[in-house]
Design a protein around this ligand. Structure first.
Ligand SMILES: [Fe+2]
Ligand SMILES: [Fe+2]
Length: 382
């Protein structure tokens, strides 16, 4: 461990010791079973702290004033949930860097005190939808202590059209009620059949969808069948009941060439609009991304694997712009986070950026337009 008063020689010795420990740890991970997992991953957390990386329980708010409750509202949230998203796991074992990043996220949420009511997994567990990728994901995510709600991403789906994922995790769309809030999980990455006529194999289909800007694929949509289900699901819900919707792609139209887009977004928004308090939490874009359309608040989740750059046409005006990430730092621009659901169902979103200060985006900022927005960033914006 480092101390502030160490001499240069002591620091060098500590670094040398850490790198040999690092090597031993990675070797032991190659034969890691579930029982061994926690022991090893706790060591990882210790190493991360020693290396000066933000410690795993660093979910503190950056700006306490901004995080204050609205007038007349309780200062403590009604409940909290955590999120982990877009792990993009390869079938190369637990020593692959994306697997290690996922283990780090699991340690983050397990270190939260108090524990979240549940953890949302935001989709893209696998990279190429392979059963062994999904199984590695299930093994790592299975170490989360709190209940986990799973959502599907396109990388999980297009090898076998979700067969393995559904077998492992259940339905791709469902709803549940928790402490007065109605939650809906959607599969927003439905694509129209672009493969049959062209004779693409399942592997080719998966590779096309996995390409960010491969225009041989169709745009994402929720689709008619799920929209009908959503209408029916919400028919019995009082319009004053707060709604929180989880979708993999943003439920609005940001940038079509990268599928930062849901093609039937307006139709889905129209189904949600009659409700007084609606928030959407999405994955897929791997970045801080915030939007508000009418009464609907939208929050993008961080990825544990890599940050996407911002789409070229610009940002929604409510987005707090991320600085460009350091390409030499695996964890920069990556992370996980937490959501405080306040009494009344408004949502404050906390981004736990692994190598930068955490950042919060509160419902109050979104509703009053007091977010710094892209203008709050000092650097150039293109
Ligand atoms: Fe992703
Ligand atoms: Fe995705």
């Amino acid at each position: 461990m480092y101390r502030n008063d160490m001499t240069r020689r002591e620091i060098e010795r500590a670094l040398a010791e850490r790198s040999s420990e690092d090597r031993r740890l990675i070797q032991s991970l190659q034969n890691c079973d579930r029982r061994h997992f926690l022991h090893v991953s706790l060591k990882f957390a210790g190493m991360a702290a020693a290396a000066g990386i933000v410690p795993p329980h660093a979910f503190q708010l950056v700006n306490v004033a901004h995080a204050a409750a609205a007038p007349g509202e309780a200062s403590e949230p009604a409940f909290r949930f955590a999120y982990v998203s877009d792990t993009h796991l390869y079938a190369r074992g637990l020593d692959h860097r994306f697997a290690k990043a996922t283990i780090k996220a699991v340690e983050d949420v397990n270190a939260l005190d108090p524990q979240p009511d549940f953890v949302l997994f935001g989709g893209d567990l696998a990279q190429l939808g392979r059963p062994d990728e999904l199984e590695i994901g299930q093994q790592i995510i299975g170490e989360i202590g709190a209940p986990v709600k799973m959502m599907v991403g396109e990388h999980d789906w297009y090898l076998d059209m979700g067969e393995k994922w559904r077998e492992m995790f259940g339905p791709d769309h469902y709803s549940f009620d928790h402490k007065g809030v109605h939650f809906v999980v959607l599969n927003s990455v439905v694509e129209k059949d672009f493969w049959t006529a062209k004779g693409y194999t399942p592997e080719e289909r998966m590779a096309i969808v996995a390409g960010l800007d491969d225009n041989r694929q169709s745009p994402f949509e929720v689709g008619e069948e799920q929209r009908a289900w959503l209408k029916q699901d919400l028919a019995g819900v009082d319009r004053k009941t707060p709604l929180i919707v989880f979708s993999h792609s943003p439920l609005y139209k940001l940038y079509k060439p990268w599928n930062f887009w849901t093609d039937d977004a307006e139709d889905v928004q129209a189904i949600l609009a009659p409700f007084e308090t609606v928030s959407v939490v999405h994955g897929h874009t791997h970045q801080l991304l915030t939007n508000r359309i009418g009464n609907i608040h939208f929050h993008g989740m961080l990825s544990t694997a890599w940050p996407w750059p911002y789409a070229p046409q610009g940002l929604p005006e409510y987005t707090v712009q991320m600085a460009r990430s350091d390409p030499f730092n695996q964890f920069d621009g990556c992370g996980d986070g937490q959501v405080d659901v306040r009494t009344g169902g408004r949502m404050d979103k906390h981004y736990n950026l692994w190598s930068r200060n955490p950042r919060s985006v509160t419902a109050q900022e979104l509703e009053t337009g007091t977010l710094p927005g892209p203008r709050g960033y000092d650097g150039p914006s293109y």
